[in-house]
Ligand binder design. Structure first.
Ligand SMILES: [Zn+2]
Length: 150
């Protein structure tokens, strides 16, 4: 199986099976190396620009864009290119993978439903569907609010 590995799963002790070929993006590889060199072979590749932009578009649509690092976006895009299974413990990565119909697995508890993030004002506590730099009502800062999509 082609797997695309996130640093979050490796740090929790993920190990490949005998038939797995393990890929990761250059940016995630840099994160992985911070925790030491893995004791199995990892192929480091860059995702295509086309996949990166479709991941970014989807992340904006689901409200995950503020939670995803560039490394996260690269990893999801690489999974699209490689037609591999994402291995990640990161909730936002899992969310995007669900929307893009990329197979994923984790060694922790998998999420059960696709969630759409919302934004709640710290001042007036109003909840918005989309991100704003400041609250359109009172001008205070917004924070992510993890409401389930219905
Ligand atoms: Zn407000």
């Amino acid at each position: 199986m082609v797997v695309v590995l996130d640093a979050s799963s490796l740090s929790k002790g993920w190990q490949p099976g005998p038939n797995d070929s393990v890929f990761t993006s250059r940016s995630v590889w840099a994160e992985i190396l911070l925790g030491g060199t893995p004791c199995f072979e990892v192929k480091v590749e860059q995702p295509s620009r086309r996949s990166v932009s479709s991941v970014l578009e989807t992340a904006i649509a689901t409200g995950d864009d503020a939670r995803l690092s560039r490394a996260d976006v690269d990893l999801i895009a690489l999974a699209m290119d490689a037609r591999g299974t994402l291995i990640t413990e990161d909730f936002s990565i899992q969310n995007i993978a669900e929307v893009l119909e990329i197979p994923w697995t984790s060694i922790g508890t998998p999420m059960t439903e696709v969630r759409k993030w919302r934004y709640r004002c710290k001042g007036c506590l109003k909840v918005f569907e989309e991100s704003h730099d400041a609250c359109p009502v009172c001008g205070a800062a917004l924070r992510t609010y993890g409401g389930s999509r219905r």
